[in-house]
Design a protein around this ligand. Structure first.
Ligand code: ZZB
Length: 553
């Protein structure tokens, strides 16, 4: 497919041609001078620096200190630029620092060495190459079957005029770094085309090794034009494509291990099952900076299934097994005040086998995470015994560890998120405004929700004393005039206030750690629950993350 036949949207993505300007004699003269001297530098190898030779200074004829004094030296380099594209203006900014420094050291008469590496390790190149494999399958070797979608054909909106108040001298990043880096191109082949690679050659990039051959010379060309004082005899790529560099990194890691500076162990990280490795910031297309968040997952044992649940699970779970609903919480110290447990009535839950005799009711998403946290018997393999609708679980009688109410019911809450925790939420109306609003609503409209009124009317007992109240959530719900669980905005505000005041100023009013501050009691209650086998640690990304390879959390 010839470039001229490209749809307009794709042509726009291609590198724009430099406009012809008039009256550029001065600039052209300067560029000519620049070229002339750059050629001389190259011919004479002026940036090639060698150590003083043994011929000139036989070993032991001069001490290292004397040698250094005689030939002072300077060494500088920069974090190797990543080879998934050409260099950009940001690189020019960073390079200028080491570049000026190198020039200054040369003027001081130092032996000045500036070598350069090309960073090729990691997912970005591999993920982009993998995307191209798929795109070639979809659109053909030269993407000839590609048809632009409607929205892509729309012209970009004109940039708004600068208002008088805007200070144009200040750089103001409106988007996050990841968003700012994104070219408006949906497919990988369009991104490569936008940096000037002809459509006919793009399929070659489906091989990750090709990037290692293609981009380093481009990088060298740009830096040479930039005037960089680099000794180009000392350039190299990373990865095991370069056995020398690979050996160096191996040596470095082994040495650090010998010195006991690094050790092997487990820690939480955001891990891509699809890629079979951790998904760090530069491997993500969404969710830069998102970290794992550790919850306490509680084990609320089923004492008696609701009839619909019993029917749905018949014959699927061994008679003698214990089944638990497992809510994830950040407030283990409030467990004394549990009055019920919420599920999303429209959500589907799985009943997963945790061990021979224990089954957990949680979302598929949570089970997938747990399978990599040593919670199930087999690493990476959640074993699902049954599916069950949230609405079928409503009415089930469960045991609530630590609570004053030993037996509580599973009740419906529409706002339970499938994308957070286990999709099961234990309810503490004394300290959670969401929970107070919901149990109030359930008691008011029990028939509408298809529950028994008394299930939502268990006594709300004070758990934590704060300067404001010992029933902080009911207090805040009243104060912010929250009338129902639908008042989402005020509920969010109330939740934030409750978290802050409860954590920093709360004192335990009940339980083994009565009289202790919440910040102190929280980890102790958690530890106790875990020790008693009534809870376990569960971790997940604190927000949405999408990997460059398309894996999603
Ligand atoms: C008991 C509890 C007692 C909670 C309290 C809070 C409070 P956050 O704070 O938004 O990051 N939760 C857990 N999973 C879900 C879900 N899938 N959908 C909706 N809510 C969920 O989330 C952590 C809290 O949100 C969890 O801690 C859980 O409720 C709920 F006194 O468990 B909590 C001021 C809050 N007080």
């Amino acid at each position: 497919m010839a470039d001229s036949a490209l749809p307009k949207a794709m042509a726009d993505l291609a590198v724009s041609k430099t406009k012809e300007l008039k009256g550029t004699e001065k600039r052209d003269t300067l560029v000519e001078i620049e070229r002339k001297y750059q050629q001389i530098w190259e011919q004479d190898g002026v940036f090639q620096v060698d150590a003083p030779s043994i011929d000139e200074f036989p070993l032991d004829s001069i001490s290292a200190d004397e040698l250094r004094e005689k030939f002072p030296k300077f060494f500088g380099t920069i974090a190797y630029p990543y080879m998934n594209g050409r260099l950009h203006a940001g690189h020019a900014f960073s390079f200028s620092k080491i570049e000026f420094h190198t020039g200054f050291a040369r003027m001081q008469g130092k032996r000045t060495l500036f070598p350069l590496g090309y960073h090729c390790t990691g997912l970005p190149i591999k993920a982009s190459a993998d995307k191209l494999v798929k795109e070639v399958e979809m659109f053909g070797q030269e993407f000839e079957r590609y048809k632009p979608e409607e929205e892509e054909a729309e012209p970009a909106p004109a940039a708004p005029a600068k208002g008088p108040k805007e200070d144009v001298s200040k750089f103001n990043a409106k988007k996050g770094k990841a968003a700012a880096k994104t070219v408006k191109a949906k497919y990988q082949f369009q991104i490569l085309h936008s940096v000037g690679i002809p459509l006919q050659e793009i399929h070659l990039f489906a091989d990750p090794q090709y990037w290692l051959q293609f981009f380093p010379p481009e990088c060298k060309k740009d830096l040479t034009n930039f005037g960089a004082r680099i000794d180009w005899r000392r350039q190299f790529v990373t990865t095991d494509a370069n056995p020398y560099y690979d050996a160096f990194v191996r040596w470095q890691m082994n040495r650090l291990k010998e010195l006991e500076k690094i050790k092997f162990g487990k820690r939480y990280t955001i891990y891509s099952i699809k890629d079979g490795q951790p998904c760090m910031d530069h491997d993500r297309s969404e969710g830069e900076g998102v970290l794992p968040q550790e919850y306490t997952a509680l084990k609320l044992k089923v004492l008696e299934w609701a009839p619909q649940a019993a029917e749905a699970l018949k014959g699927k779970i061994p008679e003698d097994a214990s089944v638990y609903l497992c809510p994830a919480t950040l407030r283990p110290e409030t467990m004394y005040g549990q009055v019920c447990c919420f599920v999303g009535p429209a959500l589907t839950y799985g009943v997963f086998k945790a061990s021979e005799k224990e089954y957990f009711v949680i979302t598929d998403r949570a089970a997938r995470n747990m399978a990599y946290q040593g919670i199930f018997e087999k690493e990476g393999v959640p074993e699902k015994a049954a599916d069950i609708k949230g609405s079928d679980l409503v009415g089930t009688l469960i045991n609530a560890p630590l609570s004053f109410h030993k037996e509580v019911r599973v009740l419906p809450m529409e706002s339970v998120l499938a994308t957070k925790g286990t999709g099961v939420v234990t309810s503490v109306p004394s300290d959670s405004p969401d929970d107070f609003a919901m149990v109030t609503e359930l008691a008011k409209k029990a028939d509408f929700y298809g529950i028994k009124k008394e299930w939502a009317e268990l006594e709300i007992i004070p758990i934590i004393q704060t300067p404001t109240s010992d029933l902080l959530a009911p207090y805040l719900v009243k104060k912010l005039k929250i009338a129902s669980p639908k008042d989402a905005k005020q509920l969010l505000e109330a939740k934030e206030l409750a978290y802050k005041e409860g954590f920093y100023q709360g004192v335990m009013k009940v339980g083994e750690f009565k009289g202790e501050k919440v910040e102190v009691a929280k980890p102790k209650v958690r530890e106790q629950l875990i020790k008693n086998g009534e809870a376990f640690a569960y971790s997940e990304p604190e927000n949405k993350v999408v990997s460059r390879s398309g894996d999603e959390w």
